[in-house]
Design a binder for this molecule. Sequence first.
Ligand SMILES: [Zn+2]
Length: 58
Amino acid sequence: MREISKELHVASGAYICTYECTYCPGCSEEMELVCPNCGGELVKRPKRRIESSPERIF
Ligand SMILES: [Zn+2]
């Protein structure tokens, strides 16, 4: 059995806030996933570019 862990391969990337400030994962965790520049939430940067709309509709 193999675990599919594509995210782990990408995990070396970065975290990004709603205003596209990017931080390394270590820094993001130290900042409790809050962007110090704009107070936005830091999330893992998606593979695709973030669309212009800040809100996601599922
Ligand atoms: Zn920011």
